[in-house]
Design a protein around this ligand. Structure first.
Ligand code: EPZ
Length: 418
């Protein structure tokens, strides 16, 4: 396993290229299973999770060709409708093949994804929605098995919670289902809109993506398409915090500010200065950091995927702040590691109270999940002395060429073998 070694205290200055969105690419790759024609994606990030998903759709029969940041997926036939445990356990987003396999092949058997560090991550809303479309669902031996014996039928599907994954699974299944499907209380994330744009290019009739009500006219068959993945708003937000926490000045090339409003608002309230560019975002962190109270919400609220990163910044603010996590039940794993670097944070239930300190000190810390790991990198960039972050495989799941991008703007960071 690798570790990252950071010498902190250097303001970051220059331009960082923002990659395509991991959380848009993963459902788009699953959507390739809906058609027997090629789906060609561009602006695809080079990440471990993308390679895992390529392995999974390949297992189901898709031919996958990677060229740089391009990905050509061609599922001429579905060879196998079972998503096996040894693949799914590595990446819970594998559940996104359930809807496409069911709609394309009438059957899907997917290993239950199980929980992860941030929560037990149930899939009850995915299953409830597919049942509404006529699927027969049974759980056995750690797998969920779905059958569409008489074929699926469009239906109105109210979601009790605006689940991103459930919305995506349902949109994909409904696109290859006779009739009209309406998803009520749908998730509104930009990644949902990106998937809808691709499904529409493949022939589905989709309206309302980005709102809480999405209407899908399903088709008997879908065609291939060419689609460019949106920029990663969480990667961009993470580098925006890097500018703020190091007192730096960064151009985030390729960032899409219109998908980052809540993150930008929080950073401005904390004292950073931002300005939108024709193709990106400029962030300057040369003033003192003020404490900001944040509650995570489904989009367009403050994203849970930015919570740990903001907490690192708040640890160095000139006052106190309260961060409340409403989306996942265990997403404060970074708190104890930040505390080892000198942060003053108290967790009470779903809220963390952060009292800013003058400085953090470098330490050996442990990454636990993707965004918590980034929080530790950000703290290390600002801390006095050396920070060593173990288990960086978490980071490789969601941040392309992290140390290269950071070194390119002046960070003293290196990867080493454990
Ligand atoms: C997606 O996960 C993202 N992953 C997550 O990003 C992100 O944190 C999350 O959306 C919220 O924005 C991908 O897109 C691959 P949810 P997902 O279904 O789809 C509960 C990262 O760091 N729930 O909106 O799993 C669930 O337990 C990752 O890139 C049910 O109870 O999120 C959670 O508490 C982490 N039943 C909440 O809803 C269900 O059937 C949000 O889950 C589904 C979800």
């Amino acid at each position: 396993m690798d570790k990252l070694v950071i010498q902190g205290g250097r303001p970051l200055k220059g331009e960082v290229g923002i990659s395509g969105a991991k959380n848009a690419t993963l459902p788009l790759m699953a959507a390739a299973l809906l058609t027997d024609e090629p789906l060609v994606l561009s602006n695809v990030p080079a990440l471990a999770d993308i390679r895992s998903m390529a392995g999974l759709v390949g297992h189901h029969g898709a031919r996958v060709d990677t060229t740089g940041h391009g990905l050509a997926l061609h599922a001429q036939n579905i060879a196998d409708t079972t998503a096996p445990y040894d693949i799914v356990r590595k990446m819970r987003a594998s559940i996104l093949v359930l809807g496409p396999l069911l709609a394309r092949a009438g059957h899907a058997r997917v290993s239950l994804p199980g929980g992860c560090a941030i929560g037990n991550r149930p899939i009850d809303l995915h299953l409830k929605g597919l049942k509404a479309l006529g699927a027969e669902i049974e759980l056995a031996e750690g797998y969920v098995e779905a059958r569409a014996n008489g074929g699926l039928e469009g239906a109105v599907v109210p979601l009790p919670f605006a689940s991103v994954g459930a919305t995506e699974n349902l949109m994909m299944a409904a696109s290859l289902t006779r009739g009209t499907t309406v998803i009520e209380n749908a998730a509104r994330e930009p990644e949902i809109s990106d998937l809808a744009a691709c499904l529409a290019a493949m022939g589905a009739g989709i309206s309302g993506a980005g709102t809480e009500r999405i209407e899908i006219e399903g088709r008997d068959t879908l065609s291939g398409a060419r689609h460019r993945v949106i920029a990663d708003r969480i990667e961009a937000g993470s580098y925006a915090v890097a500018a703020a926490i190091t007192g730096g000045d960064l151009i985030l090339a390729g960032a899409e500010p219109e998908t980052m409003r809540a993150t930008i608002a929080a950073l401005e309230e904390a004292g950073a200065e931002t300005s939108e560019l024709p193709a990106g975002l400029h962030v300057r962190g040369d003033s003192a950091t003020r404490g900001v109270d944040i509650t995570t919400q489904p989009y367009p609220g403050f994203p849970t995927d930015m919570q740990a990163q903001l907490m690192a910044l708040m640890a160095l603010s000139d006052s106190a702040s309260v961060i409340t996590e409403t989306i996942f039940e265990n997403r404060f794993m970074h708190v104890s590691e930040l505390a080892r670097m000198g942060a003053d944070i108290t967790v009470t239930g779903a809220s963390a109270t952060i009292r800013g300190v003058r400085a953090l000190t470098g330490a050996a810390v442990m990454a636990t999940d993707l965004r918590a790991s980034m929080s530790l990198v950000l703290a290390g960039l600002a801390a006095e002395g050396e920070t060593v972050i173990h288990r960086v495989y978490h980071l490789d799941r969601g941040y392309e060429r992290l140390e290269e991008k950071l070194r390119g703007v002046g960070a003293d960071i290196a990867r080493a073998k454990e």
